[in-house]
Design a protein around this ligand. Structure first.
Ligand SMILES: Cc1cc2nc3c(=O)[nH]c(=O)nc-3n(C[C@H](O)[C@H](O)[C@H](O)COP(=O)(O)OP(=O)(O)OC[C@H]3O[C@@H](n4cnc5c(N)ncnc54)[C@H](O)[C@@H]3O)c2cc1C
Length: 405
């Protein structure tokens, strides 16, 4: 393999930008292509922009100088070229897909009555444009319905409430952030949102959205109840953006399948970030995207030993309210299986909750709400996957002592 052949990266999100910057630092020439009209930015901080805490310029990423603004529409693997929507054709020696995710649009008939565009007032929450559109429409007293109670829905609801909207959050499952949190932590998140004035409905299935004159008017629930709505945020999850890879005949399952060298089924094409599936996992989180970018940069810059073996990734969320911020972190398995040991500390008055799950003397997961001083020590014990001494003392220590983190 020759190492100084041109690397073309499709997608200037977190993973693509980190990869391009590292390659630049390592002296490897790279072309970064991104379709968004804004300078590259940190998507994780969009809710802060929506809440009015940061201006869009604050979340700009330090990007490499050479950024081509274009949408790639096709890959010709035989010719080793990519084609952009404006007709430009670029040759690559190595191609990297860093195309991220698309928001999931729920199959509600009312969403598609206005053609391919969403009805006025209905927004996804994925891009800075989505966020600016929402920020433009939100006013004190506006009736907003957030559909979906995962990380995105919770962040959006909090941000809209901070702008004075009357927010209803409709969550289909029986609790908030159910994929990441245990029931006790979900209750604390719900209590926090309720305290900000958000009306949370769980086990609440949305049946349709009703529009008039091309604009949303209400959200209809499965029990027939209609919530009046001026704004609707779709926070129903994401799916990896794999269209280009699929059309090029690469192996795609949930995401673009990659090996430990982040190679797709074509050894000249790599994938990193939300669009990639490694060892069966599509992470959809920032930390794995950045770690994959670092490993691939090392490989493409000539370190043949660099390997990606997976990320034990921690979910962190800070919700900033008018009083104090509400922090939470969750990692691994937050609910115990029969035979697991659980250590749990809850302080209802302070709204804090800490729990770890131990299996066969190994920390397999945990959740911390309101009090994150110990998160560094716990994350290290979890990442290291070292056996814990069996007398239980160190566990309590991990939960109560910040371990210098
Ligand atoms: C509101 C919000 C909050 C989040 N909060 C958290 C959080 O708290 N913690 C966490 O870990 N993760 C969070 N995430 C998820 C995190 O942002 C993603 O995991 C991360 O951005 C993935 O990086 P990526 O580079 O793979 O994809 P992205 O950041 O999505 O970047 C992909 C880029 O590729 C571009 N692109 C795609 N196809 C093409 C094409 N054909 N041509 C040109 N350009 C193209 C896209 O326009 C996009 O700019 C959040 C996401 C959102 C939306």
């Amino acid at each position: 393999m020759t190492w100084n052949e041109r690397v073309v990266v499709i997608g200037s999100g977190l993973a693509g930008v980190r990869l391009a910057r590292r390659l630049g630092e390592l002296g490897t020439s790279v072309t970064l292509i991104g379709e968004e009209r804004h300078p590259p930015y940190n998507r994780v901080l969009l809710a802060e922009v929506l809440a009015g805490r940061y201006g869009p310029e604050v979340i700009t990423l330090p990007a490499p100088a050479e950024l081509t603004r274009a949408r790639v529409t096709g890959i010709d693997r035989a010719a080793r070229t990519v084609t952009c929507a404006d007709g430009t054709v670029l040759a690559y020696g190595r191609l990297v897909l860093a195309t991220g995710s698309n928001p999931v649009l729920p199959p509600l008939r009312g969403l598609f009555t206005t053609g391919p565009e969403l009805p006025r007032g209905v927004h996804a929450f994925r891009t800075l444009d989505d966020c600016l559109g929402l920020a433009d429409a939100v006013r004190p007293g506006v009736r907003a319905v957030v559909i979906g109670g995962g990380l995105l829905g919770v962040s959006a609801a909090r941000a809209l409430a901070a702008r004075g909207a009357q927010v209803v959050l409709a969550q289909q499952s029986e609790r908030l952030m159910e994929r990441r949190l245990d029931p006790a932590a979900s209750v604390l998140v719900e209590r926090y949102l309720t305290g900000l004035g958000v009306e949370v409905h769980t086990e609440c299935r949305v049946r349709d959205v009703r529009c008039a004159g091309g604009a949303v008017r209400s959200v209809e629930l499965a029990d027939g109840y209609a919530l009046g709505a001026d704004l609707v945020v779709l926070a129903c999850g994401v799916h990896p953006r794999v269209g280009l890879a699929q059309a090029a005949g690469l192996d795609v399952r949930k995401g673009v399948v990659v090996d430990d060298e982040l190679r797709t089924s074509d050894p000249r094409i790599h994938a990193v970030g939300d669009c990639a599936q490694h060892a069966g996992t599509v992470y959809g989180l920032a930390a794995p995207a950045l770690e994959q970018a670092e490993v691939l940069a090392a490989l493409l810059a000539g370190d043949p030993t660099a390997r990606y073996t997976g990320t034990r990734s921690l979910t962190r969320l800070t919700l900033t309210g008018p009083d104090s911020p509400f922090d939470l972190a969750a990692f691994g398995e937050t609910e115990a299986l029969p035979g697991d040991d659980v250590v749990q500390l809850a302080d209802a008055t302070r709204g804090t909750y800490r729990k770890v799950v131990v299996r066969d003397d190994r920390l397999v997961g945990g959740v911390l709400v309101g009090e994150l001083g110990t998160v560094g020590a716990l994350a290290r014990a979890w990442e290291g996957a070292e056996p814990l001494p069996s007398d239980g003392g160190p566990l309590l220590h991990l939960l109560t002592h910040d371990g210098g983190s």
